[in-house]
Design a binder for this molecule. Structure first.
Ligand code: 5AD
Ligand code: SF4
Length: 467
């Protein structure tokens, strides 16, 4: 796999859309980029718009309102959005009444400046202001620009029931918190998504129960840092931490699988690990981004843990959850990174034995601590070379990790047809590995099935049904 492909993967394919357009009312089209949180937010936006009698369309040409939910995490992510805006511009020229709205992190980062830079844009809405969309659409319909980039300390959209877009009917995201209080020096998120706040657990459990009753079997609890989930009732008599929330979600039904993302190495507790161990339906998979294997770089990144701390957490996971897969995010070529630092990152990949990683080279983001404090001094070619070495190392480890599963039998939740052939199903095991296997007549999407692994690549397990 080339470096480019890895980057494109993570930066988000165009997703979204669904539901058939109704004959009355206006139609909106929405595209999402970036992290799972953004895709989840688009489902909240869809819900708000449907309340206003908008219906979703998958056809850009049919849309009265084109929305793009954007990511700012790396420069490349913003470039992708700008390219899409050029396409929307052409449509708007052909259909002058069409409104174009920019949502999400790029809207928040650039604010009104976006309107100056991109003349076609009518609406700019930050991640905490989606309730205001109907009003902003009204303003834009009257020929003015609609902007709301207010960041809230309370908004969690707890009462909004997301409209599932592009859904397989089996897996869904549930947002459990918003924002981020960890000031990682490379990261734009605290500036685009504001302060951390946790959603009312009752609304989370209600959403999980509703999904289960509609046939969903796998939910991922989403937050920038799920381990710092913390909720108290207004009178402070009831307090819920992340382990409590996991327990409550797991109790919805034994057939509902629970996943979560993202865990922060400084915050993941033994209580959470024990909770995973105690519940069969909480998946044996932890996304635990290391970012760098060098303590010096981690310090500059303001990650608040060092190499030894991270290694201890990995060992703890291995002890308490021997079957747990761990994955990571890794940044190559952060400010001041030496060859020795880079070597330590490669060593960490081997030590942690990641099942997979999302890998990037450092992209300086305006306004972040790193942009203010440290020169972006690693030449582009060096960043790319180091990233390629990281990718190669991870692919080798992933292949080994998957090959070690040959001969094992896993419970797999059927998610749909395999990409390559309708004669095969695909689904994931508890460790979040994609498993492909020949179909059997009596089985359907949403069923659990036992699959024995016969072969493996670095990305997929191949097997056959045993029961
Ligand atoms: N440059 C490169 N990668 C970044 N990430 C966050 N900010 C940057 C940046 N400025 C990566 C981190 C994070 C993931 C979502 O994106 O690895 O965990
Ligand atoms: Fe991108 Fe981060 Fe915003 Fe998600 S939170 S869309 S990764 S900038």
């Amino acid at each position: 796999m080339s470096v480019q492909e890895v980057l494109v993967d993570r930066q988000g394919e165009v997703l979204v859309q669904s539901s058939s357009p109704s004959s009355h009312g206006k139609r909106f089209y929405i595209e999402s980029y970036g992290c799972a949180m953004n895709f989840s937010d688009s489902e909240i936006v869809a819900s708000i718009l449907q309340e206003e009698s908008f219906s979703a369309t998958t056809d850009l040409e049919q849309a009265d309102l084109i929305l793009i939910n954007t990511c700012s995490i790396r420069e490349k992510a913003e470039e992708n959005v700008r390219q899409r805006l050029r396409v929307f511009e052409k449509i708007k020229k052909r259909k002058p009444g069409t409104l174009v709205g920019v949502l999400g992190c790029m809207a928040e980062r650039l604010k009104e400046k976006l309107l100056e830079e991109e003349k076609l844009v009518d609406i700019v809405v930050g991640p905490d202001a989606y309730r205001d969309l109907p009003k902003l659409i009204g303003t834009a319909s009257d020929g003015e620009k609609g902007v709301n980039v207010f960041l809230s300390r309370e908004e969690t959209y707890a009462d909004i029931s997301p409209v599932r877009l592009d859904s397989n009917g089996v897996t869904a995201f549930i947002s459990i918190m918003r924002g981020c209080d960890n000031m990682c020096s490379f990261c734009v998120v605290p500036y685009t998504r504001g302060r951390e706040r946790s959603r009312d657990p009752y609304s989370i459990i209600a959403e999980a129960s509703d999904l289960f009753s509609r046939g969903y079997r796998d939910v991922t609890l989403l937050g920038q840092n799920v381990d710092s989930y913390k909720w108290s009732s207004p009178d402070e008599t009831e307090k819920v931490n992340f382990a409590d929330l996991l327990r409550r979600t797991a109790a919805v039904d034994p057939l509902l699988r629970i996943r979560f993302s993202t865990s922060h190495p400084k915050d993941i507790t033994d209580e959470v690990l024990h909770t995973i161990a105690a519940h069969r339906n909480i998946c044996n998979y932890i996304h635990l981004p290391v970012q760098s294997g060098s303590s010096i770089v981690l310090k500059r990144m303001n990650r608040t843990y060092d190499r030894e701390w991270y290694r201890e957490r990995v060992e703890r996971i291995r002890t308490l959850l021997p079957d747990c897969a761990i994955s990571s995010d890794i940044i190559a070529g952060f400010c001041g990174e030496t060859e020795e630092d880079h070597r330590e990152t490669l060593e960490m990949i081997r030590f942690a034995d990641y099942s997979m990683s999302y890998m990037f080279y450092y992209s300086e983001r305006p306004g972040t601590l790193a942009a203010k404090k440290y020169p972006d001094d690693i030449p582009y070619d060096t960043k790319k070379r180091r990233l390629q070495e990281i990718v190669d190392c991870q692919l080798e480890i992933s292949l080994r990790h998957n090959q070690a599963d040959i001969g094992k039998t896993f419970e797999v939740l059927i998610e749909g047809n395999s990409k390559k052939s309708d004669a095969y199903f695909k689904g994931r095991n508890s460790q979040n590995k994609m498993v492909v296997f020949p179909k059997r007549e009596d089985l359907k999407v949403g069923d659990y099935v036992m699959v024995k692994v016969l072969d493996a690549t670095s990305a997929t397990l191949k097997g056959e049904i045993t029961a």
